[in-house]
Design a protein around this ligand. Structure first.
Ligand code: B12
Ligand code: SF4
Ligand code: SF4
Length: 448
């Protein structure tokens, strides 16, 4: 459905889209600093303890006359552009409207699935200030990771795997966090006073509502932040500070009557516009979910093996999207459309070597192979039978179970029953044994 004509330039006074520069292959500054716990996996590890974040960085004394708050903000915006950020805005940490109440509702509905850290950190997450009571402002930053091709093209190639755009290059956490730290240090040096803390993804901070409050964009019906200038492809990061910087006007909703993202979801993960049930989201199922993927959702996942972009890619505001300029985030060729057969051969060492610096490494070989075998089961490609069969004796029960399901989808029913008669009885793991039983009992998909 068409929107009212989108306007590419933001209203004045809003959090600004930092002026475009050419895609730059220069690497900004030093190599990434190590993080204590990275990504959603890291979040789980770190947030299981009641940490409130690391101690703030404090300002060195300034020797020249202090800058006015608005000059400070202008200089910070310019530095953000130099660091490679594409969107910038400042919010009061309390300016998130009903987001806290909605988050409580989401947790009460248990839509977080395995992500128990969302519930454990709820009280801190609903109030940005609870993270750090002294914080007066949150500087919100967006980094464009616009792809160079439509990520949905590979979905039609059922013997290949679809990796979401965000995971085709290096891990954004490792790229953004050092940039935030450098920017935060620069802010302190300019101000000559104050404290700062930086966040990207893993802290109990509602980054999307804060980014909306800072004018970077709005939470679309797919629940992610949409930017009028970048569409759906923005990573978010935050610098909280005790400095009283001028805030930006919040961005209003520009979804209108559109519902393209809702209709695009392969697993019907949106119970209503602006609400996501993570338990049905392919991104959750392939990255966060630890056990076997629920049987009813497996056929809906197609060949998506790590994350999903369908709702993001469907957004008409992407017509303004440009190629991301951070070279490290660009897709590695081998991650655009990898052969499922090749991925199925990875042992632990080969898995780690295949995905250096990639967020994919975080899920571990077991979960990744589970995803690959699910895609193999959905491929309809008899040539992939051998790849699945090779995992019936895999040391990881999660992988064995996924191999059983894949074979139940690929083999003719009689052949699968013969295989089950030989193999199923020898299975010691109760969950894998249940896979055999369920596969034999299931309404068989069309088998060749
Ligand atoms: C948990 C999490 C997930 C979960 C849950 C997804 C989700 N939408 O929350 C899973 C694993 C599924 C996931 C998937 C993805 N994620 Co994620 N994720 C997070 C994380 C860690 C927390 C988000 C959160 O608080 N969720 C809780 C729920 C309740 O939040 P919510 O859905 O936004 O809920 C709001 C709405 O429902 C709204 N609401 C409810 N009713 C109504 C009604 C109206 C009218 C309105 C306006 C709003 C509204 O209010 C709620 C509170 O704000 C953030 C990082 C962070 N610290 O914020 C990254 C983050 C949101 N993820 C990100 C990304 C990139 C992704 C993926 C695109 C990755 C991929 N390609 O696979 C997908 C996108 C899936 C999707 N459609 O959301 C980015 C998004 C950047 C952006 N532009 O928004 C973030 C911000 C990380 C980052 N620093 O860049 N993610
Ligand atoms: S990321 Fe994919 S599965 Fe998740 S809500 Fe969006 S379209 Fe649905
Ligand atoms: S695709 Fe979704 S997020 Fe984008 S404009 Fe339409 S409703 Fe809003």
């Amino acid at each position: 459905m068409r929107l009212s004509p989108p306007q590419p330039s933001p209203a004045s006074g809003r959090g600004s889209e930092v002026t475009r520069v050419q895609r730059c292959h220069a690497q900004h500054g030093k190599s990434p600093l190590p993080l204590a716990g990275k990504g959603w996996e890291g979040a789980k590890r770190r947030l299981s303890s009641p940490r409130r974040g690391s101690p703030p960085m404090s300002a060195p004394a300034r020797k020249t006359a202090p800058l006015s708050p608005s000059d400070l903000k202008d200089q910070l915006r310019a530095l953000a552009l130099e660091e490679g950020f594409d969107a910038f805005g400042i919010a009061d940490p309390d300016a998130v409207g009903d987001a806290g109440t909605r988050l409580r509702h989401w947790v009460a509905e248990e839509r977080y699935g395995d992500m128990g850290w969302m519930a454990e950190t709820l009280d801190r997450r609903v109030h940005a200030r609870a993270m750090w009571p002294e914080a007066l402002r949150v500087v919100m930053l967006g980094m464009n990771y616009g792809p160079d091709e439509d990520p949905r093209t590979v979905l039609a190639e059922r013997s290949l795997g679809a990796i979401s755009v965000y995971a085709r290059g290096e891990d954004y956490h490792d790229i953004i966090k050092p940039k935030l730290k450098r920017l935060a240090r620069a802010l302190l040096a300019l101000a000559g006073t104050g404290d700062v803390k930086v966040f990207v993804d893993t802290a109990p901070l509602m980054e999307k509502p804060l980014a909306m409050a800072a004018g970077l964009g709005w939470q679309g019906k797919h629940t992610n932040l949409v930017s009028r200038a970048r569409g759906s492809w923005l990573f978010l990061g935050a610098i909280a500070t005790t400095l009283d910087l001028p805030v930006d006007a919040p961005m209003g909703d520009h979804c209108g009557q559109c519902r393209a993202c809702l209709d695009a979801c392969p697993t019907a993960a949106f119970p209503a516009p602006y609400q996501i049930d993570a338990r049905r989201c392919v991104s959750y199922l392939t990255i966060e979910h630890k056990g076997p993927i629920p049987r009813d959702l497996r056929p809906l996942m197609g060949n998506r093996i790590y994350g999903c972009d369908d709702c993001l890619a469907a957004c008409p505001w992407n017509k303004f999207a440009e190629l991301g300029r951070e070279a490290k985030l660009a897709a590695r060729d081998e991650n655009r459309a990898p052969d499922l057969a090749d991925l199925a051969t990875l042992d632990d060492a080969a898995f780690r070597a295949r995905f250096p610096k990639s967020p994919i490494k975080r899920v571990g070989r077991g979960r990744f192979l589970r995803n690959v075998l699910t895609a193999i089961g959905n491929s309809g490609d008899p040539a992939l039978v051998a790849s699945a069969r090779a995992h019936l004796g895999d040391p990881d029960a999660l992988v064995r179970g996924a191999a059983v399901w894949a074979l139940s989808r690929l083999l003719p029913a009689a052949e699968f029953a013969t295989l089950a008669a030989v193999q199923a009885g020898a299975e010691a793991d109760a969950e894998v044994a249940a896979e055999w039983t369920a596969a034999l009992e299931a309404d068989a998909p069309p088998r060749t």
